[in-house]
Design a protein. Structure first.
Ligand code: NI
Length: 258
């Protein structure tokens, strides 16, 4: 049996794919990639994600404004996102959240306001959310608790095992990237071990976060197999079993029928 993999987070609208985007995407089904979700980071990239979903049967889109890109947010952006969310194959609002890592990022107050507005939109539209949380674990948890009607995933999960358990108890999911394969990935490994496989999805976060032995190179969804193999090892199951379960988890989370 060959693996059928779901890369739940990859940015094919990113400029790193400008030279050969179609070539990379067209090769994915031959590499065992059955599904990809391409999240947006601002309105233009959300629009691009919707267009890629229209072009490739195995690509689905999420639309949202990333915390690093929210500096020029206006309330009209929410209407633009609502309209984009109604386009075919849009399965989530994302990626949205908080990023306190970069000092040049928009202010924390603005990030929180934009995060809350998009969580409210997801609840209104009954769509799941894809959350980006970097160095903002406490505030991210506090804000999602304000929206008990929301459900979502913390992508490229970087919190503690305790936080992962807390998210699962709130009905949320966590997803892991190639970081799981890094030597210094102790925290992500502990988090992956702490939560049941049924609450885990896998992703590449392409073009970033390439797994070992491609660390530092441009990533693509074909390498999600390496994330799957590492997660299977941590869970004591076969890679085939891990791919089957994470594919089913992703289909169910994003409501993509078999
Ligand atoms: Ni991302």
């Amino acid at each position: 049996m060959s693996m059928a993999l779901f890369d739940t987070h990859a940015h094919y609208d990113a400029r790193q794919f400008d030279p050969d985007r179609d070539q990379v995407l067209s090769a994915l089904p031959g590499q065992g990639v059955e599904l990809v979700v391409n999240p947006g980071c601002d309105l233009a990239s959300s629009q691009a994600a919707v267009e890629l979903a229209g072009r490739y049967p195995f690509v689905y889109a999420a639309v949202g404004v990333h915390p690093e890109e929210c500096g020029s947010w206006t309330d009209g952006d929410l209407d633009a996102l609502r309209a984009l969310a109604g386009r075919p194959k849009v399965v989530a609002i994302g990626e949205i959240g908080l990023d306190y890592y970069w000092p040049e990022n928009p202010s924390r107050e603005l990030q929180k306001r934009v995060f809350r507005a998009q969580l409210a939109l997801a609840v209104e539209l009954n769509l799941p959310v894809i959350v980006h949380d970097r160095e903002a674990h406490g505030d991210s948890l506090d804000i999602i608790r304000e929206f008990p009607g929301a459900r979502g995933v913390f992508h490229c999960f970087s919190g503690s095992a305790e936080m992962a358990r807390e998210l699962v108890s709130l009905g949320w999911m966590v997803s892991f990237t190639g970081v799981l394969t890094y030597k210094n990935a102790r925290k992500a490994v502990e988090a992956a071990q702490a939560v049941p496989l049924e609450r885990i999805m896998i992703e590449t976060d392409s073009p970033y976060m390439a797994p070992v032995p491609y660390r530092g190179k441009r990533n693509h969804s074909g390498y999600v197999e390496l994330v799957c193999v590492r997660l299977a090892e941590l869970k004591g199951i076969t890679p085939d079993e891990c791919s089957r379960i994470t594919l089913a988890n992703g289909r169910s989370f994003f409501h993509i029928p078999d």
